[in-house]
Design a protein around this ligand. Sequence first.
Ligand code: FE
Length: 358
Amino acid sequence: MARNKQALGLGLAAAAGAVFLTACGGQEGASDGEANGALPSAGEVNVYSGRHYDSDLVLYDQFTEETGIKVNYIEAGGDALIERITQEADASPADIFITADAGILWRADQRDVFRTIDNETLEARVPSQFRHPDGKWFGLSKRARIIIYNKEMGLPDGLVTYADLANPEYRNMICVRSSSNIYNQSLLASRIAHWGAARAEEWAAGVVANFARKPQGNDTSQIEAVAAGICRLGIVNSYYTARFKGVDDPDAAAIGDRFELFFPDQQGAGAHVNISGAGVTRNAPNAENAERLLEFLLREETQGTFASGNNEYPVVEGIDAQGPIAAYDDFKADALPVAALGENQAEAVRIFDRVGWP
Ligand code: FE
């Protein structure tokens, strides 16, 4: 049964993007009535996931083998899934919403997607920094938003902190993606939390003044531009770098050889850290099963696999990162509770608009 479910998942989710998978044939929406009607199955859990990694499916299979609870899932972008859950309202079959970035989890909570979970296991496994204070969502893995630099050009003299990125000595050096992206909104939100809005705005204006080019592309584009020498510095999420470091593909490895990672603020507050995380939805028809799956994903023996699917760091303390990112595991992380990223998101967006960070 588990093998069949995985085959359906790999085939349909990959091909169709947002198809709700069912036990009985994988028709879109076919299981809504089953999952949410008069006879809710105790043997299922429905996952709406912003992730798309084969390793997640392997873990879902292991969970099914152990518990007999079948995992149905769809995969789509975080904001698209929030929209879908909101529109499905009381009829939503979603039990768990998984997404990247605490800023998206916060947006989901603003739309009343989650229920409050009072679960001692989850609270014990996830450090309080990486979960919602009332149990609306829990971190499952971590990532850092860091600086990369072109190895041939070197790290510019005196660059130590995020604040330094606004230094006028670094004109025309920085590549970073658009401010419409949640990663930048959360990074600026963390600056607001640390410094206050006025200083954060000065900083953002200084970074804009140091752009090597107009923001374009995703974090991978910034890595390629830094490797090509288009810009000396880039701001990217840590897991993107792992796609070029310690990999077999010669083209990717050649890019990986031309840039290096730099974790800022190691003498100060630490590097900005964010999460991938999940919560149980307000209308979850299988809420108990949902909590069991979250507990499963936070176990010692599953955390490494879950995190490594996207070259992230385990959120549970004391578990080593796996794969290429393990070489970049030893850094001081910011202790800021990630809930603060959502709280300062609206202010961050206003600042980006004012300073002209497109
Ligand atoms: Fe990403």
